[in-house]
Design a protein around this ligand. Sequence first.
Ligand SMILES: C[S@@+](CC[C@H](N)C(=O)[O-])C[C@H]1O[C@@H](n2cnc3c(N)ncnc32)[C@H](O)[C@@H]1O
Length: 279
Amino acid sequence: MTLLSTFRQLVKEMQRSEAEGYQQASLSEQKVDGEDFIQTDVCPKAGDFILDLGCGTGELSAYLAKLVGPKGKIIGVDPDEERIQLAKESHSQIENLSFVEGSAINFPGIGAEVYDIIFSNHALHWMSNKQQVFNNMFDSLKVGGKVAVQYMSYLPLFDYNAYVLLNPENAERIFRLFHLESKTKIERYCLSAGFEIIRSFDTHCKGLVFETVQELLEWQWSGTYGVFDPSLVTEERLQKYLAPYTDEDGKLSLDFRGTKHEKVTASRLKAVKKDKEHS
Ligand SMILES: C[S@@+](CC[C@H](N)C(=O)[O-])C[C@H]1O[C@@H](n2cnc3c(N)ncnc32)[C@H](O)[C@@H]1O
């Protein structure tokens, strides 16, 4: 069986929605990066009230809920109806966690200075009008509250090539899904909203390793809300795409954490809403 027919078979057999595919794929990718970000930079405290903006299927919201304990509370917000539904079903047993369909311009507590932390993992680059997004976050945090955002400021080459080489028919549509902006611009939006930046830096992605081609293709499919179409991937296209990741002995390595091929980096930003008198 070729790689491609194996993948086709997998897609046929799984019969799962993009949201379910996303949930599965993100467990080994964005969840790894997100948990690292939470542990090293976000550092939530027991009792914190946190908004997880662009929570997807809620795995990190659930992790945050555990960290803030029973006196804390997490609200996960995402505009994707299916992902929010799946988040609710998957984490219904966690009492201090709730999920709401919404967005960066429409979420519970907007403008009400109620949150201790507004957290967002790999979602900012999906949002347009980022100045508005930062203004909303600022107005929704308590004085002394923090915003902690991990985002992409560019499209990694392995993603770019996947769209262009494996899905040329849909590449333009896929590119239009993203709202990528430089770190300098993001910092400017953050400062203009009134925040004081504590840290803004790039870090190697820690979760970007795919065990199989199927896993990588499923990631592309579910991560683009199904716009990346596996049925357009031909054997010839796949061979061209995989060539840089294959050594002389034919061994494939789909590891993008910075050890072998591309060193994919994400940007992290942590900023505080200071009391006006002390800023
Ligand atoms: C790559 S996923 C990340 C999900 C989750 N934070 C994680 O780390 O697994 C990006 C999420 O941002 C959401 N999103 C897109 N536009 C948004 C907006 N304007 N406001 C809030 N969330 C948005 C998407 O629906 C998607 O679930």
